[in-house]
Design a protein around this ligand. Sequence first.
Ligand code: PHE
Length: 531
Amino acid sequence: MAEAIQQLILDILEKHSSIKDTRQLTLPGQSSQAASQDEQIAILGALNSLLSREMITYETHETLSHALTEEGAQLSLTGSHEARVWAALPERGAGEPVAPQQLKTLVGDETAKVGQGRAFKAGWIAKEGGGLVKAVSEIKDTTQLELRDVDSTGTLEAGEKSLADLRKRKLITQRKGQWFTVHKGPGFSTSIAKPETDLTVEMLSSGSWKTSTFKKYNFEADGIPTNGGALHPLLKVRDEIRNIFLEMGFEEMPTDTFVESGFWCFDALFVPQQHPAREVQDTFYLSDPTTSLDPPKDYYERVSAVHSKGGYGSTGYRAPWSHEESRKLLLRTHTTASSASMLYKLAALCRGEKVSDDVLNSDIGGPAPTGDGSGDKGDGFRPAKLFSIDRVFRNETLDATHLAEFHQVEGVVADRNLTLADLIGFMRVFFKKMGLENLRFKPAYNPYTEPSLEIFAFHPDLNKWVEIGNSGMFRPEMLEPMGFPKDVRVHGWGIGLERPTMIRYGINNIRTLVGHKTSIDEIERYPAVRF
Ligand code: PHE
C-alpha cells in the first residue's frame, strides 16, 4: 500500500506537476477521496519517504475538523432525543396523552429527560390533560441531519454556531488534521529506484557507482547496541584492589584451596582447638571426605607442641591436643589459611630444605635477594609481600549484608624487624589508594596476631565510621614453628570485598549483588570503577 501511494503521487506529479490538496486524491483501492485523517497520515508516510530521496517537496496545512462522539454517532442513527420523544407521542386528539412517567418507559430515562425540554422549546410537543401530545404533525430533525453532515465532511455548512452547539452537547469533538500540497523535487522521477546502501567491489569495477543513487546517511539513527559481556561489580572492585597490590610490589598467593584442613585454617595459626570459631555454628565441615591428609610431620609436631605444651617463650594453651580436630576437612573461614601455607613455604629455606627455583619463583615471587640487603643473613630468609583476594565461607545467619560465603582481601608482609608502625603505615598507603584517607585503628583480639587492630574508615558518603577489617602482627607461636628466624616479623590485614563494593555501587542489600536475584541488566549498566 505504501509503495502504491508513492507511485500514485509520482504519476499525478508527472501529469500535473503539483498536487494542490492531498485530500482530493483517491487512494489505490478506495472509491472516494482521501478526506479522513487516517488516509492523510498514510499519505504523509509516502511523502516523507519520497522527500528523503529528494523526489518531491511538500507543504503541510493544518485543519480543524470535527468527529462524532459515541453519543453523537448513536443519535445520527436513531434520531435526536427530542425527535424520539415527539415520535413516541400521539397526535393531538388522536389518542391518550402520554404521562411523563410513561414516556420514560417508552423512550428511556435519558431520552425522556433531555428530549422533552428540547421538544417543548422547538414547539414540537404540548401538554394536554396530565400528559403530552404532538403539537405539530411533521418535524425536521436538524440535530440528526447535522450529525450526519459532520460525520461525512468533518464540518458543517451551517457554520461555527451550530458546531459549537453540538460540541456543547458533547455530540461532536474537535480534531486537528493535516493535508498537504506536493511539488516535484530535484530528484523527481516516476520510478522509485531502491537506493543503494553499500558501495560494493562490483560497482567500483563496473563503474555503475557513477549512476547509482545511494541512500543518505542518517546521522540521527541510534547505533546497534553492542552485545558484549559485563564484569560483575565484585570483579571490577577485585581488579582495582589487585592493581593496587601489584603497584605496591605484591605477589598474588594461590588461593584455590576452598577446602582446607583444621590444621591449616586454625592450628597453624595458633587458633586454640577449643576456639568458638571452630564450632559447627561458625564453620562448615565436610561430611565426605571428612579427614585430610597429614601435614608435614615435623611441622605438625612443632605446632601441636606449641599448642599443648608451649615453646618459643610461650606457655601455649596447655589444653589436650586432638589429632582428629586438626585433620577435619572444612570450607576455609578466612584466606589467612592460604597465607599460613604460603608463609610455611617461604620459611622452607630457613628450615634448610631444598626448594627448587621453580617453586620459589612461581609461588613466593622473585629470586632470593642478593648482596647485603635486609633479606640475606645467610639463614635462608627472603622478605615477601603477598596478597590474595578470594572466597571464604562462614556458617552465618543470612541477612541484608551477610551471606554464608564472601570474599576476603588479604595483604601479608614478611621482613626482619617489622613493627606495628610498619603495619599501620602500609595500611594508610594502601587504603589511601582505595580512596579511604581517614583511618582509625582499635586494639582487638585475634588468636594469631598480637597486637591486633580493627580497621575503621570514615565514609564521607555515609558520613560515619565503618569497620572495614582486621589486622595484626602474626604471633611467634605461629611463625617460629614454621622455621622463621626470630627477627623475622610478619604482619597482615584482611578486609571483605563485598562491603566496599556495595558502598561504591550504592547497593544496600547483598542479594542485589550476589545470587539469583541479581539483575543482569543492572550489572551491565554499573559504571566502570573509580577511585
Ligand atoms: N583473618 C582475619 C579475618 O578473617 C583477617 C586478618 C588477616 C587479620 C591477617 C590479621 C592478619 O578477619
